[in-house]
Design a protein around this ligand. Structure first.
Ligand SMILES: NC(=O)c1ccc[n+]([C@@H]2O[C@H](COP(=O)([O-])OP(=O)(O)OC[C@H]3O[C@@H](n4cnc5c(N)ncnc54)[C@H](O)[C@@H]3O)[C@@H](O)[C@H]2O)c1
Ligand SMILES: [Zn+2]
Length: 417
């Protein structure tokens, strides 16, 4: 990190207290942006959309600018931002969405893209993980071929992680790759799946078995879409949010535990959500920049996922992903304490934080032997050993390879009812 020149310190102090003087910051925005660039700060932009400030984050891929994540309270500047960041004219644009999201937001997004000279179509499939497969991709390819989509066409993924993963995969393979943008509408997709370029579909009961690393051209998050999301799916996203704080940002994790913050996030307060989503994107963005193809620290994002996935699989995907991550985090916290890293109090504090956001800490209908068995088919196996993510401290993750089956069973039993 570069040191600040004395002349710039005043301005950066101003920047730090931005939450208290947003109006004044508006005047300073362009100067702050120049300073951020000068000192290579991670926060790239603060822009105004109407009366509300909104944030942007630039993500690099293999050392070069790849795409911008824009956090907004509406869809107002979707088109102008696409022009600004990508600056291309597309012959055809297809809005890909699912049957639930279509009812809420498809018309609004279609109206926006209909202002362009491109031919606009939409493709909607039945909502749910059951649709995340090659059959749906085939139907999408057919739609694109009938509508004469070319290499100069664009796909827009409007929906949760299922829509994002499937659309990104179709974009990566149609005509050997066409542009796509992510417009995530679930908390999980905003804080996790739309960032990092992992795309794919399930195959023959194997989750995310077929896929590609393929970067979107823009990620545009309208946080107001979360108002229509049900509590279960909101809690699901909170599982990944808590994980993000635990692996990389102690202050953010502590912020999540504040009573006022819990209430504001559950009430979908824009500023609280903005800080939450922005913090998670910053953490994930940093991890995927350093390790885009999961050869090293990207594994830290799997905190709570090894046993979480096993529980999810054993439940036949009837329990939500974030809910399983919560259960997995309880197990992984226990193991982190067993290694002498975090204290027993810190482990039980993690359990309490999951409860604050209505996430489960106990599960019934399975045995530890069944969960252990399911964990052995995890893609994160290294040889015969499971690469397990633990917490060295709150806000600091590490990998550990030497847990025995007995250790894992003991941890699984902590969450069995
Ligand atoms: N690519 C990655 O890095 C990555 C990371 C994590 C998860 N994933 C994938 O993400 C998927 C899960 O994502 P998800 O939890 O968003 O699931 P999802 O896309 O199925 O969305 C959950 C439900 O919410 C509905 N919905 C979406 N937005 C809504 C809104 N604004 N209002 C009302 N309803 C809305 C959907 O129709 C669906 O019924 C899984 O397939 C998982 O494998 C991918
Ligand atoms: Zn996850």
């Amino acid at each position: 990190m570069n040191l600040l020149a004395p002349d710039d310190i005043w301005c950066f102090s101003f920047f730090v207290v931005k939450d208290f003087c947003r109006a004044k910051l508006f005047i300073m925005t362009s100067y702050v942006q120049k300073l951020c660039a000068k000192y290579n700060y991670e926060l790239i932009n603060i822009v105004t959309t109407g009366d509300i400030m909104a944030k942007e984050l630039n993500i690099n891929y293999q050392g070069e600018y790849s795409y911008t994540i824009a956090i907004r309270p509406n869809f107002d500047d979707l088109l102008s931002l696409l022009n600004e960041k990508v600056g291309k004219t597309y012959d055809n644009i297809c809005i890909v969405t699912d049957s639930n999201v279509a009812g809420y937001y498809l018309k609004e997004v279609l109206d926006i893209f209909n202002q362009t000279d491109s031919n606009i179509t939409s493709f909607s499939f039945t909502a749910g993980e059951e649709s995340k497969n090659l059959d749906t991709v085939k139907m999408l390819y057919e739609h694109l071929i009938i509508k004469k989509f070319t290499r100069k066409s664009l796909l827009v993924a409007l929906g949760g992680g299922v829509v994002g993963d499937l659309t990104g995969f179709a974009a990566s393979t149609y005509l050997r790759g066409i542009d796509f943008i992510q417009v995530p509408t679930t908390l999980l997709s905003q804080v996790d799946s739309s960032v990092g370029g992992k795309t794919g579909v399930d195959f023959d009961g194997y989750k995310n078995m077929i896929g590609a690393f393929y970067m979107p051209r823009l990620v545009y998050m309208n946080l107001t879409t979360l108002n229509s999301l049900d509590d279960y799916n909101f809690a699901c996203g909170m599982g990944e949010v808590i994980k993000s704080g635990l692996i990389a940002d102690k202050d953010f994790y502590n912020w999540l535990k504040e009573k006022d913050v819990v209430n504001k996030l559950k009430a979908k307060d824009f500023e609280a959500l903005e800080h939450c989503v922005y913090s998670c994107c910053k953490i994930k963005g940093h991890v995927v920049e350093v390790d885009p193809t999961e050869k090293g620290i990207r594994a830290y994002l799997n905190f709570g996922h090894t046993l979480g996935h096993a529980i999810e699989k054993h439940s036949n995907f009837s329990i939500g992903h974030g809910q399983c991550v919560s259960l997995g985090m309880v197990c992984a916290s226990f193991l982190s304490n067993k290694l002498g890293y975090i204290t027993a109090d810190e482990a039980s504090d993690i359990t309490n934080t999951c409860l604050l956001y209505d996430l489960p800490i106990k599960v019934s209908g399975m045995t530890s032997a069944q969960v252990l068995e399911a964990s052995k088919s995890d893609k994160k196996m290294q040889g015969t050993k499971i690469k397990f993510t633990v917490l060295k401290a709150i806000g600091e993750a590490a990998s550990y390879l030497d847990f025995t089956d007995e250790d894992l069973v003991e941890a699984i039993e902590k969450v069995l009812d």
